[in-house]
Design a protein around this ligand. Structure first.
Ligand code: PGA
Length: 253
């Protein structure tokens, strides 16, 4: 069966010492309390990654980045490559978060290139898709999500696609406290899985991990994760508090 994952996205929060402190709490609580086979991941700012990987040795928490440049290396001042991220022991990279799409103008075409580079460097992309409020109100959400899949990841062959994690994050639910209802989320997750089956096959669709993100918290996680096509969460605000994050991880217990 497909892997269950709860991934934290710290965004641009927590300085170095704060990050190490929260992470130390998380790895110990996960060790003591999380009983299932679900994987916990923290996607931190680049600054933290090397140290978090060292701290995580012997623990069951993986570390990821929040972005990577599409080029392998070169004159791109201020950027960080997938190879560098891999070299410090990270396992995942978030690609195409709606904040990257919105504030940094990242297009599906660019994100397809980033996905290729991340996969080439043996890292697992957590590829984010999701509609804005205007798109949902215009009843365009299915089309928007299909386009994001087609242009962002459906160029991959089945073997590459198997390394991908998808995250459905309705933009109107991110950081707003407004969660998609479990019915709304399940409807989209089922749609995504149907599109994967149509593009690849049912086996690929059934083994793809699809996370939900957007105001997920310890109170609503169990209901969301209980839906047939929801395989975990991408957690923003609540991943900054060790107790909340680990309670969400434990929603699978
Ligand atoms: P949130 O963010 O949990 O704070 O809504 C989710 C995300 O942006 O990944």
């Amino acid at each position: 069966m497909r892997k269950k994952i709860v991934a934290g996205n710290w965004k641009m929060n927590l300085d170095y010492n704060e990050g190490l402190g929260v992470f130390s709490e998380i790895i110990n609580m996960v060790k003591d309390e999380a009983t299932g086979t679900q994987e916990a991941v923290i996607c931190s700012p680049f600054i933290h990654i090397h140290s978090l990987v060292q701290l995580a040795k012997g623990y069951k928490v993986a570390v990821g980045a929040q972005n990577a440049h599409q080029a392998e290396s070169g004159a791109y001042t201020g950027e960080t490559s997938a190879k560098m991220i891999k070299s410090v022991g990270a396992a995942y990279v978030i690609i195409g978060h709606s904040e990257r799409r919105q504030y940094f103008g990242e297009s599906n075409e660019l994100l397809a290139k980033k996905t290729d580079t991340v996969l080439k460097n043996d890292l697992r992309p957590i590829f984010c898709i999701g509609e804005t409020l205007q798109e949902r109100e215009a009843n365009a959400h299915f089309d928007v999500i299909k386009t994001q899949l087609v242009e962002g990841v459906f160029h991959l062959d089945a073997a590459q696609f198997a390394k991908l994690v998808l995250a459905y994050e309705p933009v109107w639910a991110i950081g707003t406290g407004v969660t998609a209802t479990s019915a709304q989320a399940q409807e989209i997750h089922a749609f995504i899985r149907k599109e994967i089956a149509a593009k690849y096959n049912q086996e690929v669709a059934d083994s793809t991990t699809i996370l939900y993100g957007g105001s997920c918290n310890p109170k609503n996680a169990a209901e969301l994760f209980g839906c047939a096509d929801i395989d975990g969460g991408l957690i923003g605000g609540a991943s900054l508090k060790s107790r909340d994050f680990v309670d969400i991880v434990k929603a699978f217990n």
